[in-house]
Design a protein around this ligand. Structure first.
Ligand SMILES: Cc1cc2nc3c(=O)[nH]c(=O)nc-3n(C[C@H](O)[C@H](O)[C@H](O)COP(=O)(O)OP(=O)(O)OC[C@H]3O[C@@H](n4cnc5c(N)ncnc54)[C@H](O)[C@@H]3O)c2cc1C
Length: 404
């Protein structure tokens, strides 16, 4: 894009979370000089979400605001403003404060947590997505309440960790036969299930919530669990309801279907972060990634596309981490098509890894307390470098030395 044309382009970013903020930052880093407006529904200075279920809950940090000087970047920040619609034909979005025109629009509205049917509005029921949610949970931990966590996913495990550290009695209710059932195979989650009990949290699997009432949770099999507080962590859905009627293409999950340069089906509209899926040539399928690293990396592609540089296809090796029950858990890749699973170490130990291969080539890795495995494995996945399975299964051999 010529400098003159660029200067005329008004970029409007909807959603002031990681993906929205990083889009604004990346635009300036990549030399974009036109006006940039960043609109966010939350009233708070834009902040990072991972610390909400970790340092902030544990009282080790008060907030997690991004260290970004929006004024110095000449980014107009409009906070506490809900965007309610998109009229692509007019190149305008609607907000509670009236329409806002754009030349280029970036949809970065993230995801909303899924609520538990029947539990909405019941006193003592919490979600954990926003800073306000985390602040509301502070007194639950301080007062060492008896807590029922619904869902043994990433958020449920992290909340249970913090609540146990605070001295709460914690029961985690999981409908599936194991924790993280949607994310990892049974043989990998088996040792992880033991982490709950070892940390004094009770994990109930095959357990379906029937009703949530103030002070108790009743399960479908009739069991009653006392609960001063209930924390629901059963997943999140793309926050794209405001796009209804705009004509933008969404996939069945509600995610905006972006292309390999994160362009949407509408002209001059991009989508990035938790609200967007993209086609991965690397994995041969469309991916919807609800992790921090995707909200960091995607914006660079969007900014490059807006500034007219060819960003190349967006197809990173997905990466995330979680801190649970005193362990640092990291995952890179996507194991859906793997044909071989290798253990590195004994899952009864504090540290171990699992490596997934397809045709002898690493496609994914889960590392528990083995960050070096993660770093080296991630490179092997990125470069599709075949390994010798015998050596790769030996935890004393660095993964990079297991190359065939
Ligand atoms: C408690 C918690 C812990 C996490 N921990 C980890 C972790 O350890 N590791 C990891 O990899 N990932 C973690 N994640 C996931 C990671 O934080 C997300 O993937 C990341 O925040 C996604 O960024 P985003 O900008 O796409 O969406 P979001 O962070 O959801 O930001 C979107 C913003 O858009 C705003 N918005 C939505 N709709 C509108 C609208 N109509 N108008 C205006 N504004 C709107 C929202 O209010 C929100 O502020 C965690 C998430 C949570 C909730």
């Amino acid at each position: 894009m010529s400098e003159q044309k660029q200067a005329q382009q008004q970029v409007v970013i909807v959603g002031a979370g990681m993906a929205g903020v990083q889009t604004a930052v990346a635009l300036r880093e990549q030399g974009f000089t036109g006006p940039v407006t960043l609109i966010g529904a939350e009233p708070h200075q834009p902040y990072d979400r991972p610390p909400l279920s970790k340092a902030i809950l544990l009282g080790k940090a008060e907030d997690s605001a991004f260290d970004v000087d929006f004024e110095a970047l000449d980014v107009e920040l409009r906070l506490g403003l809900d965007v309610t619609g998109l009229r692509a034909a007019d190149h305008e979005i609607d907000t509670e404060a009236g329409p806002v025109p754009y030349d280029v629009l970036v949809v970065a509205t993230g995801a909303h947590p899924i609520t538990l049917p029947g539990a909405e509005g019941v006193p003592g029921v919490h979600l954990l997505r926003t800073l306000d949610d985390a602040v509301r949970l502070g007194p639950v931990l301080e007062r060492r309440h008896t807590v029922v966590v619904v869902g043994a996913g990433w958020i449920g495990a992290e909340f249970a960790t913090a609540a146990r550290a605070a001295g709460c009695a914690v029961t985690v209710v999981e409908m599936a036969d194991r924790p993280l059932a949607g994310a990892l195979p049974a043989e990998v989650t088996a040792p992880m299930a033991g982490w709950y009990g070892a940390n004094g949290a009770e994990l109930l699997t095959h357990a379906r919530v029937d009703t949530v009432e103030p002070g108790r949770v009743v399960l479908a099999d009739g069991r009653e669990l006392p609960a001063d507080a209930v924390v629901v962590g059963i997943g999140a859905r793309p926050a794209t309801g405001w796009l209804a009627g705009s004509g933008i293409a969404l996939d069945p999950s509600g995610a905006v279907t972006a292309d390999e340069r994160l362009r949407t089906s509408l002209p001059d509209v991009y989508a990035v972060g938790d609200c967007a899926s993209y086609p991965s040539a690397r994995y041969g399928e469309r991916l919807l990634v609800h992790h921090w690293d995707n909200a960091l990396q995607g914006p660079r592609t969007v900014a490059a596309a807006i500034t007219g540089a060819d960003p190349g296809p967006y197809d990173p090796v997905p990466y995330f981490w979680s801190e649970q029950f005193g362990r640092f858990v990291q995952y890179a890749g996507h194991h859906a098509d793997a044909d071989e699973l290798l253990w590195r170490g004994d899952p009864a130990d504090e540290t171990w890894s699992v490596l997934w291969l397809r045709g002898g080539v690493p496609v994914a890795l889960l590392a528990v307390g083995r960050p070096r495995d993660l770093a080296q494995g991630r490179k092997l996945i990125e470069t599709a470098t075949a390994v010798d399975p015998g050596r790769a299964a030996d935890p004393s051999v660095p993964l990079k030395a297991a190359v065939r």
